[in-house]
Each structure stands twice: as C-alpha cells, then as structure tokens.
Design a protein around this ligand. Structure first.
Ligand SMILES: NC(=O)c1ccc[n+]([C@@H]2O[C@H](COP(=O)([O-])OP(=O)(O)OC[C@H]3O[C@@H](n4cnc5c(N)ncnc54)[C@H](OP(=O)(O)O)[C@@H]3O)[C@@H](O)[C@H]2O)c1
Length: 270
C-alpha cells in the first residue's frame, strides 16, 4: 500500500496581515498545515478559522511579540522540537522608521530586533533539526532596498541587506543537507505596513504591487528553485549580471598588497 506523505507544517511569522497572511493562504491552499505567529491573537484566530474551513488543513495560532525574548522563546522552542514543522517563512518585519539622524538608539535597536535578530534566532533554533532530517525550507522576506539603500532613509535597508546576505550564506552551508533557502525581495507592496510608514500614495501606481500578485510570484520563484526572487524584476539576467560582477571581484578582495592607487609614491602624472 502506498504511503501518503503528510505535507510539512509551515510556520509563518507576521501571518495575520499583508504578505504573511497571503503566504498562509497559499500554503494552506497547497494542503500544508500552518502555524501562524503575530502579536494580536484575534486576526490570527480569524485567519486560522477561515483556512481550516476553506482548505481543510490544521491551522494553529501561536501569538508572540517577536521583539520580546521571553515570547520569542516560545516560537524558538516550537521550531526546535516540533518534528512536523519543515518550513519557516520569516516574514514579520517593521516599517522603515525614522531617518538615521533622527532615530534614537532604541528606534534602531527595535528594528534590528525584529528584522535581523528574530529571523536569525528562529533559523538557529530550527536548523539543527532540519539538517538532521535532511529536508526542509526557509523563506526569508527581504526587500529590494537591500539593493537600493539610496531610495529610503534609515536603517531599514541595512536590515534587509542582512537578510539577503544571511540567506546567501545559509544557502551555501545547507543546500548540501537538502535544505531549500529562498530570499524574496519585494518592492512597494500594498499592505498595512504603509499605514505606519505613511503614504503608499507617494509612489506612482506603476511601482505598487498588490499583495496576492507578490506572493504568487514569490511562490512561483520558489517552485522554480530560485535562491533570490525579485518579483518585479523584468529580466532575471540583471540579477545574474549583478552576482557575476560581485564574483569577478572575489580573487582581488583579499591580497597581501594594497592596490596601486593607494600607494603614496605614485605621482599623479606618472
Ligand atoms: N509592504 C511592502 O511594501 C514591503 C516591501 C518590502 C519588504 N516588505 C517586508 O515584508 C514583510 C511583511 O510586511 P507587510 O507589508 O506584509 O507588513 P504588515 O502588513 O504590516 O504585516 C506585518 C505582520 O507582522 C506582524 N508583526 C508586526 N510586528 C510584530 C512583532 N513584534 N512580533 C510578531 N509579529 C509582528 C503583524 O501582526 P501584529 O501587528 O498583530 O503583530 C502582521 O501580521 C516585512 O518583513 C517587510 O519588511 C514589505
């Protein structure tokens, strides 16, 4: 008799709204049980009830403020120990916040806690189990600002650069253990994040993507085996060229001698 494999359970952070809620919908539609994490339990519970009803999957809520170590630990523990969870979507993130010159140390710290520390800790909690199992997937939601820090003030772009670089490092380490990594770089996407950031209307409509379009494209990229998915990028060759330019520099990035242009004995008219 054929054994019917149960699809992996997917834990999604920031699952109650926006991009995370769309991921929860799509994974439930694909038959995956889901564990939904965010701070406010009511929207999470409403979404879990709808997913269970529409797609006949198990949908559980795990309310936690991921900036509070005591609450985040409950999520880490779940990822560490629940053998059914084979996929993690690190989606919860905060909006752009104040410009660097206006941000208090606590403002910067709060962003790093949610955008940087939380995905790193959740992955660290789950990874040994996935490696031992030889299978699993991690999807990290970055931002196109990782590639375009000049477009927005504040530390947000830097936090998303971390997510991108971390994802590339993670892939290098764990692909051989059968673990899939994908980093998704959304552009401006119509979600509630802009209520706090103030004004999605500042952007021309041609720059704004609807959330379903974004998540469906990101999942198409996942299905195609992409490591980095940029849903708006028209020609994927551009990303390849960007990576090739970076790799071309590799042999010269660490050498015993400084480049000639930094040598004081080279006169300008030499
Ligand atoms: N929308 C865009 O234009 C855009 C562009 C590029 C990248 N992104 C990235 O996409 C991701 C999702 O953004 P979104 O636009 O979908 O945001 P959103 O609509 O504001 O949703 C944010 C989700 O995260 C949860 N959340 C916020 N703070 C949390 C915390 N401290 N602990 C646990 N959960 C928390 C929220 O629920 P609670 O409030 O109940 O906690 C909500 O479920 C973020 O990483 C964001 O940086 C968004």
């Amino acid at each position: 008799m054929a054994v019917v494999e149960q699809p992996d359970t997917v834990l999604i952070t920031g699952a109650s709204a926006g991009i995370g809620a769309a991921y929860a919908d799509r994974f439930a539609q694909r038959g995956h049980p889901v564990v939904l994490v965010a701070r406010n339990p009511e929207p999470l519970e409403a979404l879990a009830r709808r997913l269970a009803r529409e797609y006949q999957v198990k949908a559980e809520v795990l309310p936690a403020d991921l900036t509070l170590p005591g609450e985040r630990e409950r999520v880490e523990e779940r990822l560490r120990t629940d053998a059914a969870i084979g996929m993690l979507v690190n989606n919860a993130g905060v909006e752009a916040g104040p410009a660097l010159a206006e941000a208090s140390p606590d403002d910067v710290d709060a962003m790093i806690e949610l955008n940087v520390t939380t995905p790193s800790r959740l992955i660290a909690a789950m990874l040994p189990r996935l490696v031992a199992r030889g299978q699993g997937s991690i999807i990290n939601i970055g931002s196109i600002l990782a590639l375009a820090p000049e477009l927005f003030p504040g530390a947000y772009a830097a936090s998303k650069s971390y997510v991108l670089t971390y994802s590339l490092s993670l892939h290098e380490e764990v692909a051989r253990h059968g673990i899939r990594v994908q980093c998704v770089l959304p552009g401006v996407t119509r979600t509630g994040i802009w209520n706090a950031a103030g004004g999605i209307e500042a952007f021309p409509p041609r720059m704004i993507m609807e959330v379903d379009e974004l998540v469906d494209a990101a999942l198409a990229g996942y299905d195609q085996g992409e490591l980095v998915t940029i849903p708006s990028l028209v020609d994927s060759v551009e990303w390849r060229h960007f990576q090739e330019a970076r790799r071309r520099m590799l042999p010269e990035l660490s050498r015993s001698v400084a480049a000639d242009r930094y040598k004081s004995d080279i006169s300008e008219d030499a």
